[in-house]
Design a protein around this ligand. Structure first.
Ligand SMILES: NC(=O)c1ccc[n+]([C@@H]2O[C@H](COP(=O)([O-])OP(=O)(O)OC[C@H]3O[C@@H](n4cnc5c(N)ncnc54)[C@H](O)[C@@H]3O)[C@@H](O)[C@H]2O)c1
Length: 452
């Protein structure tokens, strides 16, 4: 913990503590983003404390267990031996030199930003804030959140502590604030997390420098930007770029289907261009905590500026229509076999929103199941990562995973997520009808395959 009380001393002492790995790092929100980050800092020999309001997560970590599929409990055990601990006791925040916030930023029922997790966390930090601490927000959000939402709550600490700004003289009652977006691609093992450059925007140059030092100790490259808002907008640009391009390719897939062209073959051929083209792939709809959600943070904020984000709206419209396209494709394919969708037995493969990951959030599979059930289909599912589908923010399915053994007993096998575990050739050989939304059956011949 920092002991210096002089103004400039707070900055240089914290920087030295970070550079010499003496700094205590607190990570708030031990989910898909926060827990791996806490482990990276532990590995880099920092003393790390994880904070979460979820008592079950805290208890699991404390007993050396893991609740994230790709993090084995051996990693948690190893981190615990290095001093990592998890707690729901926020008074310990005062012992931290740097506090990194990784809490959720979902949409509310009106599809508007739900910042309650950020505001609750800020309120939980404020009473324990100290001069000379660095607070970094990592949660994806609209430009302005750090300065307009986080900082005012932190400054309402009742002890006169203020965030260090470019315009303020360096006072001894100041803390430092920055924004640095998480840019991970879950399930993508081709790039190590430390090789993903870390964008950091501080409220003033000292906060940027401290953020740079903090992240520079675990990431190979830090990209400083001029403000938290630039860093916030950078993350949104990246995700909107994906969302819009996925919508484009989804729309072109629908046209290609009508024209009798294979969009996957087209994308593969276009990808041979060595410049100016990046491939995106069509699918059953968007999923995950980021791409279907983040763009709406910006469209909401844009309204404050009397600005309509038309690309975002159009992409949302196209992408959210994809589950409906999948269901009508299943219905048409069954019809070709003289069967109605009502009463048909459908086995849905893969409910995670993406291949080989254990994340169900915003998965299009959930909408597809609901739509199929509404039309009277008898739906079963298999997903190696989900033995059960219970209740979430927008669904209540209460289904149990069934084995992929006798696929011939189903009227249709519907591939929604192309997990590597499945033997697609075997499935095509034994099923009466396979509807494939992901091109998982590429290279496999069969009159019973419908690619949609
Ligand atoms: N998951 C990803 O791949 C990914 C990638 C890039 C960015 N992000 C962004 O990172 C942020 C976190 O996402 P995530 O996937 O880790 O979410 P998550 O739901 O997996 O984890 C969030 C954690 O925060 C905890 N939490 C909620 N409120 C809290 C509070 N007041 N105090 C302490 N803990 C609290 C929850 O219990 C949970 O453990 C989001 O803004 C998300 O958009 C996520």
């Amino acid at each position: 913990m920092i002991t210096c009380t002089s103004a400039a001393g707070l900055f240089s002492e914290l920087k030295t503590r970070i550079e010499t790995r003496q700094a205590q790092v607190g990570v708030i929100g031990l989910g898909y983003v926060g827990l791996p980050l806490a482990l990276l800092y532990t590995e880099a020999k920092f003393r790390v404390t994880g904070f979460d309001i979820d008592q079950h997560k805290v208890a699991t970590l404390t007993s050396g267990g893991s609740y994230i599929y790709r993090i084995p409990s051996t990693e948690i055990e190893a981190a615990r031996l290095q001093g990592f601990c998890a707690t729901a006791n926020f008074s310990k925040l005062t012992e931290m030199d740097a506090i990194i916030i990784c809490v959720p930023t979902p949409l509310d029922e009106y599809r508007e930003p739900d910042l309650s997790f950020i505001t609750n966390t800020s309120r939980a930090i404020a009473p324990y804030l100290r001069a000379g601490q660095l607070v970094v927000l990592e949660s994806t959000t609209y430009p302005g959140t750090t300065e307009e939402v986080l900082v005012p709550i932190l400054e309402g600490n009742g002890r006169g502590l203020k965030a260090a700004r470019a315009t303020t003289a360096n006072g001894e009652d100041e803390f430092f604030v920055a924004f640095s977006p998480e840019r991970e691609d879950p399930g993508n093992d081709s790039i190590a997390r430390r090789d993903i450059p870390k964008v950091v925007g501080g409220l003033n140059s000292q906060a940027s420098e401290l953020g740079g030092a903090l992240y520079g100790s675990i990431f190979n490259r830090v990209v400083p930007v001029s403000s938290p808002a630039v860093a916030e907008m950078t993350k949104l640009l990246e995700n909107i770029y994906r969302c819009v391009n996925i919508a484009l390719v989804n729309e072109l897939k629908l046209l290609s289907l009508r024209m009798g062209l294979d969009i996957w073959e087209v994308i593969e051929a276009a990808s041979t261009k060595p410049f100016g083209f990046q491939p995106f792939y069509p699918g059953p709809g968007l999923g995950g905590h980021c791409i279907p959600v983040d763009p709406y943070y910006l469209s909401w904020k844009a309204k404050e500026w009397d600005f309509q984000t038309r690309f975002i709206e159009l992409a949302g419209e196209i992408n959210s229509a994809m589950p409906y396209h999948v269901v009508s494709s299943v219905s048409r394919a069954l019809n070709q076999q003289g069967k109605p969708l009502k009463g048909a037995k459908v086995l849905l493969l893969g409910v995670a929103y993406k291949k080989d990951i254990d994340d169900l959030r915003e998965s299009p599979a959930l909408t597809i199941i609901e739509l199929l059930q509404k039309d009277g289909a008898q739906v079963s599912y298999n997903d190696p990562y989900f033995p059960l589908i219970g209740k979430g923010r927008h669904y209540d399915l209460q289904m149990k995973c069934v084995p992929v053994d006798d696929v011939s007993k189903y009227d249709c096998v519907l591939i929604v997520t192309d997990h590597s575990d499945y033997d697609y050739a075997w499935i095509v050989q034994h099923a009466s009808l396979v509807v494939d939304t992901r091109n998982a059956t590429r290279g496999i011949q069969g009159d019973n395959i419908v690619r949609c």
